[in-house]
Structures are given as structure tokens and as C-alpha cells.
Design a protein around this ligand. Structure first.
Ligand code: TYD
Length: 132
């Protein structure tokens, strides 16, 4: 499984830093939804689902967390601890998010609106869906 990181170009000057995210430019899809998680307890694992067709870019503009991605064949972990780097998560990837720092904000840019029908929340069902 290839982990796809997107490097964001920081625009810094004597006043501080700025990062711009633009659909079909540094974000490789049309962005229909943005949401973020914060105040996540240190022992908590979030996610534990896959999406049938949704694509997402995840990054921590503040703090850090770990994402595990499982394509049904292997599992890889990525530590998101830089505001300048996003993780592209394609469809049909089982994901979990954990080890949030107390200041972590996990931003998610998503290719579609919230739709519970796009979720697979059972791991065995996920394996069946991807024919493993
Ligand atoms: P949930 O799917 O449990 O978060 P995760 O699996 O990523 O840890 O979402 C938490 C709640 O927020 C749940 O009631 C659904 C709601 N929600 C929305 O209303 N809109 C959204 O875009 C998302 C991602 C969640």
C-alpha cells in the first residue's frame, strides 16, 4: 500500500505563516465538506470505518495524531504532526485515528457531503466489500 502525503506550501513572512488549500490544485478533488475533530481524549480510537467512495485529506494544523490505514492486505501507520503535510485517504480504506495530543485539531477535507450510506462500519463487511 502506498501512503500518499501531500506537501502544503507554507507562505511565511515576518508576520507568521499561511497555508492555502485549493480544490483540484493541492487538494486532488472537489471539496464538498470540511470538518475537524478536537478535544479527543488520549485513550480514544476514532474512525473504525471505511468509505465506499469518499476521498479525504487529513492533517493536523495544530498538535498531532496517528492514523492507521488498512487496505485489507496490510496496515500502515502515519503520524500527522506537521501543519504543512496532509494524508490523502482514497476510498475503501479502513481507518482509525488515535494518540491525539491534547491540543490536536484533526482537519478533514472531504470529496462529498455527509452520507451514512457511504460508510462501512463493520470490518468483516469491509473485507467482503473489497472482495478479500
Ligand atoms: P463519527 O462518524 O462517529 O466520527 P468518526 O467515526 O470519524 O470518529 O461522527 C460523530 C458524529 O458526527 C456522528 O453523530 C455523525 C456526525 N457527523 C456529521 O454530522 N457530519 C459529518 O460530516 C461527520 C463526519 C460526522
Amino acid at each position: 500500500m502506498e501512503i500518499k502525503m501531500i506537501q502544503f506550501q507554507p507562505h511565511g513572512d515576518e508576520r507568521g505563516m499561511l497555508i492555502a488549500l485549493e480544490e483540484k490544485k493541492n487538494i486532488p478533488f472537489e471539496v464538498k465538506r470540511v470538518y475537524f475533530m478536537y478535544g479527543t481524549k488520549p485513550e480514544i480510537h476514532r474512525g473504525k470505518h471505511a468509505h465506499k467512495s469518499l476521498k479525504q485529506v487529513l492533517f493536523c494544523p495544530c498538535g498531532a495524531c496517528t492514523i492507521s490505514l488498512d487496505d485489507g492486505k496490510e496496515v500502515k501507520e502515519v503520524r500527522l504532526d506537521k501543519s504543512t503535510e496532509g494524508l490523502l485517504v482514497e476510498a475503501c480504506m479502513w481507518r482509525e485515528m488515535y494518540d491525539f495530543t491534547s491540543d490536536a485539531v484533526l482537519m478533514v477535507l472531504a470529496s462529498d457531503y455527509y452520507d451514512e450510506d457511504d460508510y462501512i462500519r463493520d470490518y468483516e463487511e469491509f473485507l467482503q466489500y473489497i472482495n478479500i
